[in-house]
Design a protein around this ligand. Structure first.
Ligand SMILES: *Cc1c(COP(=O)(O)O)cnc(C)c1O
Length: 474
């Protein structure tokens, strides 16, 4: 054993090997050195245990450096890997919701790589307002008098409540005290904003008289919340904004409508279910609407407060605005995204989110056929995939009960085999995220733009499946 230990190359020789130089090129000297030391410790232990041997010092140096490069490549790989969204959920919150439109990418890139007139008035040559450009576009598109832009819709609601209702009461229907994605709970946001929640009505029915009876000297505003991710069916009654407005006016109270998804066009023109838009709400006379930038609007993560100028200004002047404001990159991307709405006829081409939502199953068939043979070749015969009709979803809480007819590759996989195949797909170099349902793994094609990257890596799937099977054997 001591003889094998003596053949262990010293650190400087390992670093000087060709592989050592590649490792330094890729990961720098400090990380390479630390990793090689780590590997040397492991080798030493294995030589002592007799579980490894060393033929020559030179070959060992190259081997250890190669192992260091491989280990660091893995360890330093970005955790936020790019993936293929084949879940059938277009706006998947866990996969980053809306994709940037190419125009938004260009604008974001410009903002990232050079100075820009962010808060600068080029005419006057002095300080300007950060939200001005986007505010003007929101006004143009929605008819709002003014708008204030913040980090996301949760921020928008927090800011509205803090600016307009802190220390006083906010009236909300019990049927609208929503939770979204675990961390957004309306009662908790209200508490954080310092407003007192005054619940009215019941879970399934809230009448105008319930709101009326709750209004008192401490009431600051009436809040309507779009129950994005669920629906109460059966014996229900919702008091809608047009019915609430006269009451709000009579008492001089603002009516705020949290719309959630940020629809700015009538989606039914692309065969999609109709969703109330910001324009719809503002045209009814709602004082303020709030909505997200990265849901149906199809832009970067952002939150909008739009509507009456005096109310928007109170939000914009509140100290929390500074804490919740948007950075230049997203503001630039947002300006470019909103500008696309000036040409609504081409939105299904220019906005990736709408393009994915508007797709018809027949338009996905050629892609399914291009992928099927490679997928079949990578899977065992008892998991032979087929092209099947599937149901896709908009996602992000938009219209949860409405599905979009879609097309998928269906891999029959009863019991535990479904998770085994889904996991192998997730371990491909470009991870493929599918969905398990009805004894099968479904790869929905709705959000796939190009089949090539998927087809190219499918030969690796067979190896991943074999590897796992071998490891699972006793
Ligand atoms: C999605 C949603 C929110 C939260 O929006 P974020 O942009 O994710 O912060 C709030 N309210 C409603 C009704 C929503 O649909």
């Amino acid at each position: 054993m001591p003889s094998a230990l003596s053949r262990l190359p010293p650190v400087h020789e390992i670093l000087q090997s060709a592989q050592g130089q590649s490792c330094i090129d890729a990961h720098g000297h400090a990380a390479s050195l630390a990793c090689i030391r780590e590997l040397l410790d492991e080798y030493r232990q294995r030589l002592l245990d007799g579980t490894a041997d060393i033929e020559s010092r030179e070959s060992a140096a190259g081997q250890i450096a190669g192992a260091a490069l491989e280990r660091l490549d893995q360890r330093h790989a970005p955790a936020m890997k790019r993936v293929l969204n084949m879940t059938g959920t277009v706006l998947h919150t866990n996969l980053g919701r809306a994709l940037y439109a190419p125009r938004a990418v260009e604008a974001a890139m410009r903002a990232m790589t050079g100075p820009l007139a962010l808060e600068y008035d080029l005419d006057a040559g002095r300080r300007g307002q950060r939200d001005d450009a986007v505010q003007a576009l929101v006004a143009e598109i929605t008819g709002a008098e003014a708008a204030c832009i913040v980090n996301n819709n949760a921020s928008a609601i927090l800011l509205v409540l803090a600016a307009l209702a802190a220390g006083r009461e906010t009236i909300v229907s019990r049927g609208e005290l929503i939770e979204i994605g675990g961390s957004f709970r309306m009662p908790q946001i209200m508490e954080s904003a310092g407003t007192r929640l005054r619940e009215v009505g019941t879970t399934n029915r809230t009448h105008l008289r319930d709101y009326e009876g709750a209004i008192g000297p401490d009431t600051a505003l009436l809040l309507k919340v779009h129950p994005s991710n669920y629906q109460v069916l059966g014996f229900t009654h919702e008091t809608r904004c047009p019915e609430l407005l006269p009451l709000a006016r009579r008492h001089g109270l603002p009516l705020v409508d949290d719309l959630g998804s940020g629809t700015l066009v009538d989606l039914s023109r692309w065969g999609l279910p109709h969703e109330r838009s910001a324009q719809d709400a503002l045209a009814e006379g709602v004082d303020l609407v709030t909505f997200s930038g990265d849901k149906l609007l199809g832009g970067p993560q952002a939150g909008f407060i739009a509507g009456r100028r005096d109310l928007v200004e109170r939000c914009a002047k509140h100290p929390l605005k500074r804490a919740l404001r948007l950075d230049k990159v997203r503001l630039a991307a947002l300006e470019a995204t909103l500008a696309l709405y000036r040409d609504p006829d081409r939105l299904a081409e220019t906005l990736p989110t709408l393009r994915h939502l508007a797709r018809r199953p027949n338009g996905m068939r050629a892609m399914a056929q291009a992928i099927l043979p490679a997928l079949a070749a990578a899977l065992p015969a008892d998991h032979a995939p087929e092209i099947a009709a599937s149901q896709a979803q908009i996602g992000s809480g938009a219209l949860p009960l409405q599905t979009l007819p879609s097309l998928a590759l269906r891999i029959p996989a009863p019991g535990a085999s479904a998770e085994r195949i889904a996991r192998a797909l997730r371990h491909l170099p470009l991870p493929v995220i599918g969905r398990i349902a009805e004894g099968a793994v479904w790869l929905d094609l709705r959000c796939l733009d190009d089949p090539q990257p998927l087809v190219e890596q499918l030969p690796g799937l067979a190896a991943l499946l074999a590897e796992r099977t071998a490891r699972e054997l006793p």
